[in-house]
Write a protein that binds this ligand. Structure first.
Ligand code: CA
Length: 591
């Protein structure tokens, strides 16, 4: 047995409270190296002096009143197998060890003090058990229940709909011009959103994720000038309140984008630094490395410069990085966080460049949001492994680009083999507690990526297949505006084309498909949150994938030949040939 590969860590995604007293315990081992893992567990204070008890856990006088549970293989990655047991412990304290039997017949015990030969297990319960000392509900990772049955819809406000031409910026491009440049304006606004809420309700989505709406000079508004003002080109606070109230009346939750990593260089704070330099009262609001600080005009209006005397977002002179460890900056940003919840009743914050802001700040941010509103959802923009932010005291979820990226890399770009995709999906799920994976934000595209149909090289059957596959996964889906009408677009700014509202230019078949897909997802939200992901078949050669999510199962044909399949229940969603086969790019989801 490869004992060096055995890994466990208490109070992490390897041992955590799922509900108030149900604990999930996981252990990782080398792939195909283990025959059986048994969890030995019990309350650390439950001892008997009668000499009666579990013989595995007996020392000379006393017996630990422990229980045994055979662990189930939960997931397999390229290198590892993960085993899991779910145990309920009414006394809210847990000691545990793992009895591990190798495929080679070796038997060991994995304890808090390391790996020991099985015979020494007799004393382990007393001296070397892993421990969850007390189940603190306050420390349990919790996400709002409502997050489970969402289907989000992402709106880039400048490009969604122009409902009021009187607030347009100067020189707006014609809405029909489908070649946006980086600096272009089209005149989209909040009135446009209000006017099209029927569209969202018909589609069935029940969450709006707004890219930034606060006052800023660019079309994307990621360079905030004033966090307490709605951008005048989008409307005003009164109109924004109207949008939120109207959305809520339709059962639609609203998430705003907060850019707290950096501020726009047109902000009064940064302008004050440029003007007063070392004498500026805002000099400690930023990460300034030397004076004098020069603005972007001194670096030839460069979009990017590595020769700056201050830290920025990437190398963008227009986006000076905020010093979130500074008490004044904290007070300023935390009041903004509370303000939009308190005054406008928003349901969620999405946090831009969240990974470059300190953890200490995000913990305070979380506390402020929780105090302002029950069941608040916080989504961080983190593109890589995100465990440090997902312990329970910072974010509810992150934008799950790694997860959905693996799906795209197999289905659409063929960068991964089928087994590599499955290994990656499994590995991502094993990074997080189950209740975290349930609410992860699954996007196939966004304002920061090419559109899914473009990545699929315009193949709409393939796009439908990959969407259906994604909607069957753990985590909640998000539609990027216009995907429902089969909009195309490469990397930004091309993925930020104006929404297609001319009926003759909309793909109504794609809309009908999304409507069905959203309805399916909402109907099965609970099942898809609670159930595990079981791979029943993954045939590299034929490209046939079969998976189960509780009462649902799906068959996806990613190969080159049409195949027959066994009917196994009522069809929920499908893309089949006229004679009922699964053609390449086809699929069927059963109940
Ligand atoms: Ca407008």
């Amino acid at each position: 047995m490869n004992t060096a590969a055995l890994y466990h860590r208490p109070e992490s995604e390897f041992a955590y409270l799922y509900t108030q007293n149900e604990v999930h315990v996981r252990v990782r081992a080398a792939k195909e190296d283990i025959k059986k893992v048994t969890l030995i567990y019990g309350d650390p204070y439950s001892w008997s002096t009668s000499g009666v008890g579990n013989a595995d856990n007996q020392d000379t006088q006393n017996v630990w009143l422990s229980h045994k549970k055979v662990m189930q293989k939960l997931a397999t990655t390229e290198t590892s197998d993960y085993f899991e047991a779910k145990v309920s412990v009414p006394t809210k304290r847990l000691d545990y060890v793992f009895v591990v039997e190798g495929a080679d017949g070796e038997k060991i015990i994995l304890t808090d003090k390391g790996v020991m030969p099985y015979k020494r297990a007799l004393l382990i319960s007393k001296y070397g058990a892993f421990r969850l000392p007390y189940f603190h509900e306050v420390d349990r990772f919790q996400a709002p229940e409502w997050a489970h049955d969402r289907v989000w819809y992402q709106i880039f406000p400048e490009r969604f709909a122009n409902g009021d031409t009187s607030n347009d910026p100067e020189n707006v491009k014609a809405w029909t011009d489908t070649a946006p440049d980086r600096q272009d304006f089209y005149g989209g606004d909040l009135q446009g959103v209000l006017d099209h809420l029927d569209h969202l309700s018909t589609l069935g989505v029940n969450g709006i994720y707004f890219c930034p709406v606060f006052k800023a000079s660019t079309n994307h508004k990621y360079d905030t000038e004033d966090y307490l003002a709605i951008d005048p080109h989008f409307g005003d606070k009164k109109l924004f309140k109207k949008v939120i109230d109207a959305a809520h009346a339709r059962g639609i939750k609203v998430m705003l984008d907060a850019v707290f990593n950096h501020i726009g260089d047109t902000s009064p704070q940064w302008q004050d630094v440029l003007e007063n330099q070392e004498r500026s009262r805002y000099k400690d609001w930023f990460h300034i490395n030397s004076f004098p600080v020069v603005g972007d005009e001194a670096v030839d209006n460069a979009e990017v410069s590595e020769n700056l005397s201050y830290d920025t977002f990437a190398f963008t002179p227009h986006m000076p990085k905020l010093n979130t460890a500074n008490a004044e900056v904290q007070a300023y940003l935390l009041e903004i966080a509370a303000y939009w919840i308190r005054e406008f009743d928003i349901d969620a914050w999405r946090l831009d460049v969240a990974d470059e802001v300190d953890h200490a700040f995000w913990k305070k941010f979380r506390a402020v949001c929780d105090a302002a509103k029950d069941d608040f959802y916080i989504l961080g923009e983190v593109w890589h492994s995100a465990q440090p932010w997902l312990v329970g005291d910072e974010f509810s979820a992150v934008m799950n680009y790694t997860y959905t990226g693996a799906i795209e890399d197999y289905f659409l770009t063929h960068k991964l083999t089928l087994s590599q995709m499955i290994a990656t999906l499994n590995e991502q799920l094993m990074l997080y507690r189950k209740q975290t994976s349930q609410v992860m934000f699954n996007v196939l595209d966004s304002h920061d990526t090419p559109r899914v149909l473009t990545v699929a090289k315009g193949d709409k059957d393939l796009m439908r297949q990959v969407e259906a596959f994604t909607y069957l996964q753990p985590g909640v889906p998000c539609i990027y505006y216009g995907d429902e009408f089969a909009m195309t677009g490469g990397m930004d700014p091309d993925c930020r084309k104006p929404m297609v509202w001319a009926a003759e230019k909309q793909d109504h078949a794609m809309f009908a498909f999304f409507k069905e897909l959203v309805a399916f997802r909402k109907m099965w939200a609970r099942e898809l949150a609670e159930s595990e992901l079981d791979w029943l078949r993954a045939d590299e050669k034929s490209g046939l994938i079969e998976l189960r999510r509780g009462a649902l199962s799906g068959v996806f044909n990613t190969g080159k030949k049409a195949v027959s399949y066994d009917k196994r229940g009522k069809v929920q969603l499908s893309q089949l040939t006229a004679d009922g086969k699964i053609a390449p790019k086809g699929f069927v989801i059963f109940r």
